[in-house]
Every structure is written in structure tokens, then in C-alpha cells.
Ligand binder design. Sequence first.
Ligand SMILES: Nc1nc2c(ncn2[C@@H]2O[C@H](COP(=O)(O)OP(=O)(O)OP(=O)(O)O)[C@@H](O)[C@H]2O)c(=O)[nH]1
Ligand SMILES: [Mg+2]
Ligand SMILES: [Zn+2]
Length: 336
Amino acid sequence: MSRSLADLGWIDFFADHARPFIAAVSEDAQAELEMARVVGVERAAFQVWTAQGSEEALLAGTLRQSASGPPPQPVIGDWLVVHRLPDGQGLRIVHLLPRRTTLARAVNSGLSEQIIAANVDVVFIVTTPGEDFDLPRLGRYVAAVEMSGARPVVLLNKTDLVDDSTWFVEQIGTLAPDLPVHGVAATEDHGLDAVRSYFQRGVTGALIGSSGVGKSTLTNALLGQEVASTGTVRHSDQQGRHTTTGRTLYPLPAGGLLIDNPGLRDIAVWEATRRPAAFEVVEEAAVDCRFRKCTHTTEPGCAVRRAVQQGTITADTLAAYHHAHGLSAPRPKRRE
Ligand SMILES: Nc1nc2c(ncn2[C@@H]2O[C@H](COP(=O)(O)OP(=O)(O)OP(=O)(O)O)[C@@H](O)[C@H]2O)c(=O)[nH]1
Ligand SMILES: [Mg+2]
Ligand SMILES: [Zn+2]
């Protein structure tokens, strides 16, 4: 099945950024370039949609390494320029187009970010009128979505489990002025028309929230078929149970696209401004290092490592600083 690029969310913003890249290559090479959207990521293989359909694409060598550390990796929702190799050899990703919106969360004590999805227009924050209901945490989600450039919408799912969900809806409404809140019941097909109304042609939505709140059930209801697997929440082992483990972008039958995400425990807002501030303390201490080009790894007379020993700079900060400067391998991140 083929879809036009506009159906997949291609807009002038991306075309404007793709043009100079395409213009820079020979006419013969131009004929072999296509635009593609990332709809699934599995290690180094990217499932993409092009105007021709769904295919796998691999990173070209130039996108795997560069002098200044690893280049940004494509994430779900990204737009790419891909090179179609001759003789059915598949697609190579040659260029990552700038992101219009970036949904990210802070990891590593707020010193680095994990990008959840790119180019999402509306993020549906899903919760339930039960154990999951946590107003301060919902506030953090709303803030993170606002930072991303996308529009936050809260879905209170499983409203069939309570007699009256008015109180919950009103509480959520206090989080931000004009925050849309919809009470829905995915399994009862209740309230879903309100959700469907956000998906015009080319609009990308994403579902985020705790595990078990019904994101995949909502996805299936909006798709009109059972595509995403859903889980039965068992109270005895609710901890750490995640039915959805990867992110998938689904084209909806009536237009628009939807990303189903694995459950998150919480979201810490990634504030780009915190990074330079945290690194400033390293740079300030570094003026006392014996060597002007000290990397604060093994050099004698390093004032930065001395500050870490004295506790005025945290080991996390220095590790993140090293990571950002490509000086040591990133420490394993705890993923949720
Ligand atoms: N009563 C009721 N149950 C629902 C509703 N929506 C979903 N559920 C149930 O909630 C359970 C979890 O649903 P999922 O859709 O797998 O939840 P999820 O948010 O995708 O979970 P993860 O993939 O682990 O993040 C399933 O047993 C669903 O049938 C609803 O509106 N009402
Ligand atoms: Mg799921
Ligand atoms: Zn030093």
C-alpha cells in the first residue's frame, strides 16, 4: 500500500530543509534519493515509510561516526533522506532532517536526554481514575510536552471503572489553562470521537503514560483493528510489567498517524538550559588544572577531579561532561 508523503506528515518545513541537501548532489544521485519517515526502530535497523511503502533502512557509514562523537541518531517520527541502492539492495539513510518538535526526557540525573519521539504534533498523556492518578506527575508530563513543541492533551481512560469521573477531569484541568482533558473508555469505544478529532491528514499523535493505562488498547481502537498487543494487568506483579516494549508509528485509517509508546514510570523534564549550567562548574574549576588542555581524566594536578573528591562537583556531572565531550563511554542508562 502506498501513501503520499503528505499523508505521512511531510510539510514545507521538511521540504525546505531537504532541498539544499538534495541540490548538493549530482543529478544522477538525486534520482536515487527518497524521503522517508521512521516508523519503528530496532537496534541499527530502521523501519521507514516512503511514498512507496514500508521498508527497512540502514544508516550510511557517514551517519554512524563523525569526528565530534556520535552524530544524532534517528528516532521514531524522524524524517530522513534515504538513498535507494541499485538492484534491490535496499535503503541507506544519508541525512537526518531537522526536527520540528522533540519529545525528550531527562535521564542520568538530568544531565542528558533520551529522545522519545520526533515531529509529534499532539501528545496524549494517558492516565486512569485509579491507582495511576497522580496530579504532580501529570503536571510534569504536561510541562515536558510543552517543552517539546507539541500540544499536550490528557486522556483519562478507563472511566467505565468509576461511577463519576468529573472530579478527576476537574483536577487535571487545574494543571494548565486551556489544557484539553477527555474522559474515555477505550474498551467501551466511549469518548473516542473526541480523540479522533485531533487526527487530520498528516497530523502525528503519540500516547505516553504509565504501563497498563491502556495506550495500546487506545491505539487498536483508533486503528479499528488489533495490531498493538495489549496486556492484562495483574495486580500481584504489576511492577515492571510492560506489554509494549518498542515504539511504533501507525498510519490511521481516517488520516493522521499515531505512535504507541512503552509505559514510562515518570518523566523528568529535559531542560536544555540545565546542561551548560551544570557544565559551567566543571569549566570554572578547570582554570586551576595544571594543564591548559586537561581532559580531567588521568592528568596529574587536575582541579576538576580534586573538586569531585572534595564533593563540590558530583561524579555524575563529571561523567556527563566526559560523555558530552566524547571522553569516555556513557555509563549504562537505566531504561524504563
Ligand atoms: N476497564 C477498562 N480496561 C481497559 C480500558 N482500556 C484498557 N483497558 C485494559 O487495561 C489493560 C492494559 O492495557 P494496555 O493497552 O496493554 O496498556 P498500555 O498502556 O499499552 O501498557 P504498556 O504497553 O505496558 O505501557 C488491558 O487489560 C486492557 O484491556 C478501559 O477503557 N476500561
Ligand atoms: Mg502498550
Ligand atoms: Zn583537569
